[in-house]
Design a protein around this ligand. Sequence first.
Ligand SMILES: *Cc1c(COP(=O)(O)O)cnc(C)c1O
Length: 357
Amino acid sequence: MSPMFVPGPVDVAPEILAAQTLPMVPHRAKEFETVFQRCEAKLRQIFETQYRVFIMTNSGSGAQEASIRNLVKERVLCCVNGSFSDRWYKVALANGKQADKIEVPMGQAILPEMVEEAFKKQSYDTFVIVHNETSTGVENPVKEIAALIHQISPETLVCVDAVSSLAGAKIEMDAWGLDVLFTSSQKAFALPPGLAFCAVSDRGMARAAQVPNRGWYFDFVLLEKHRTKDSTPMTPAMSLINALDKQLDRMLGEGLEARIARHGGMAQRSQEWAAKMGWPLLAPEGYRSNTLTVICNPPEFDCSAFNKFMASRNIRLANGYGDLKGKTIRVAHMGEIMPADLEVLLAGIEEYMGQLK
Ligand SMILES: *Cc1c(COP(=O)(O)O)cnc(C)c1O
């Protein structure tokens, strides 16, 4: 495998790629329904939820859209601290919803006091936040914010995009009282792109039933009707679901806690390495991602030249996102990346810097 330190699509283990080549069966056949049912049961363990997890044939952005269409009755509050959270706000507007935003500059976190302030001025039936901003490597304090919202506005439903962190960072759907929690297949789950996994609480389902114009493809009520029969309303990406079945076994074999600790260890190592190099981290202390370390590189470091330099070692590093391109590097240490792979990357960066002199 050639380690790609990019936040999706990530490396996929060979046996998981191979699982996609299983022969087709009718998607309403018992054999496939059995696979679907056991995938959902395993997903509930990863999401730490007793509720349902929809297996959707679309990328994570589809789950952003689904949460807006199904839950927003009157008005939604969106937290924006980077490119992916800004997309969610735009998704709300594009679906004709009344949406306000709390916005902080890229590299900063959304804090509970900002949320409290916003609720003093206006009420919201839905609240959306990105757990791990993939453009900046900032992890928002979702647990604290969710607890605050339950206290000050108990009717508000809390939706969390954990696309680049779920299965690589601690997120407890039920214990934290989240109503929607979703991720994509191609990030910390280390699967090919094409699936999203979206858990919805009973409160979330009750709300959906009251919201008009939910559309069809993303309708939680319709998805639930079929899920209870171990199926989907439309034809699912069966080959990807076969790969999911195998990958969930690998993930649970490693153990969720151990997996999260592996990611945390690599985050720690990346942070310490940056300090040693004298390269600042973009995210403030206390709000640093477990799956992705964003480092402010010196001007002489050129990410694409570095990737050419490392091409013979099959290593690929992600440049900064949007306006942060050229100014930051994104060391994604998620999915199949192991601490030993990270050492090869960090040594490679040092070697690259050394030969510039
Ligand atoms: C990648 C990403 C998305 C978009 O997911 P797609 O699967 O590409 O649609 C949304 N939110 C976050 C935080 C992401 O990292």
